[in-house]
Design a protein around this ligand. Structure first.
Ligand SMILES: [Zn+2]
Length: 394
């Protein structure tokens, strides 16, 4: 692997060049830009291993740049050190909220700069591809399992992933079908979150789903989502089947995604069946709890998530079944395979001769038939799996 590439962003050209020179002296490859807009362009065109970002810049300040970098799939994982004359605790808090990994205060102290840069690169990115000494690869038995999984994926002709609630719990979204999630403590799920319950009492359904809708609206993709998106970009994963309704896979950059339990992007009027994008009324609903209604007929709008007792979306389910039949490796990540018919998909894959890789905290009913089983955190394991495969592609 060549020298680490560091992007330095500062409208103070003298400061930017000084930092660049100090870093070049330590053997890093350095690019220097003088505005937030140029930083976004440069980071997307040639994603660096680290970004050093000034706060106070005209037009777009460092916080805005950091937030945009975090929102873009190609740059979401790049570590950022904010470099600034501002050293107040509130400013630092704002930086960390914007997704910054570390903070340096001006004036430049070469030894501190060197140490923080080295540490940030060793920790690796904000998710994907951590340095080996800092990830699951440091644990020998775990490393051996991850290597086996990497071997299978490397030689796969058509690999697909199947994900469940466990992939989104590191993003703060509870498993809403799990009795332990707390979402079921005061209600009977089959009554509230079934299509019959919805028709009988939509107000009760919306009161129940409101906290979950808020969590989903505020959640960000985590290292596991980003790793799966990267496996697709690397040409290894051909499709991703998910039981989740939170759209985090798409927001992480995955392209071929079959959402077999529906999603929160659209809602359908229960009277006239017109569909609406949920985005325009979601914020209002979360703020007020008011039941969303059809602009045309006043009917209740039901989010296009699959409730208990409802048929699964035909197209997504057919695509998922086809992928399960055609794949030669199925990577199950963050699903305990407790909910049918998603739980049938690994059986379909096995019946057609595919190998299973299972990464999940809890055991599943097909563990015995899987080629590799890793009972660990998906957000810990998947980035390391990517790292192994990436090292070979270099
Ligand atoms: Zn209507």
């Amino acid at each position: 692997m060549g020298a680490y590439h560091i992007l330095v962003v500062d409208d103070d050209r003298g400061a930017a060049r000084l930092i660049g020179m100090l870093l070049e002296r330590q053997g890093y490859r350095v690019s220097v830009v003088y505005s937030g807009g140029a930083a976004l362009d440069a980071a997307q065109a040639d994603p660096p291993d680290l970004i050093i970002l000034d706060v106070m810049m005209p037009h777009m300040d460092g916080y805005a740049v950091a937030r945009q970098l975090r929102a873009l799939p190609t740059t979401a994982h790049i570590p950022i050190i904010m470099f600034t004359a501002k050293g107040l605790a509130d400013d630092k808090a704002e930086g960390f909220e914007a997704g910054v990994d570390d903070y340096l205060t001006k004036p430049v102290r070469p030894a501190e700069l060197a140490a923080r840069v080295k540490a940030a690169l060793a920790r690796g990115t904000s998710g994907v591809s951590p340095a080996p000494e800092d990830c699951a690869l440091a644990d020998a038995p775990l490393r051996s399992l991850i290597e086996q999984a990497a071997d299978l994926l490397r030689s796969a002709r058509y690999a697909v992933a199947l994900t469940g609630a466990g992939i989104s719990t590191p993003s703060g979204i509870p498993d809403f079908r799990s009795p332990r999630s707390g979402l079921w403590e005061q209600v009977d799920p089959l009554e509230v979150a079934s299509i019959y319950g919805f028709r009988r009492n939509p107000e009760r359904f919306f009161a129940w789903i409101r906290p979950l809708a808020r969590l989903i609206a505020e959640a960000e993709p985590n290292a596991a989502h980003l790793a799966l998106a990267q496996l697709e970009q690397m040409g290894i994963l051909k499709a991703l089947i998910t039981q989740n309704i939170d759209t985090l896979h798409l927001r992480a950059g995955s392209q071929v995604v079959y959402e077999i339990h529906g999603d929160m992007r659209e809602a359908t009027c229960v009277e006239c069946f017109r569909t609406y994008p949920t985005a325009p009324f979601l914020e209002h609903f979360i703020a007020t709890g008011q039941v969303p209604r059809c602009q045309h007929c006043g009917g209740v709008l039901k989010p296009n998530v699959i409730l208990f007792g409802e048929a699964l979306p035909v197209e997504a389910m057919q695509a998922a079944q086809r992928a399960a039949r055609e794949c030669d490796v199925m990577l199950v990540a963050g699903s305990s395979l407790a909910v049918a018919p998603a739980s049938d998909l690994p059986l379909v894959a096995l019946a057609h001769g595919a190998h299973l890789i299972i990464i999940n905290y809890e055991p599943t009913f097909v563990d015995d038939e899987a080629a590799v089983v890793i009972h660990d955190d998906v957000a810990h394991v998947l980035p390391c799996l990517v790292r192994l495969l990436e090292d070979e592609q270099r």
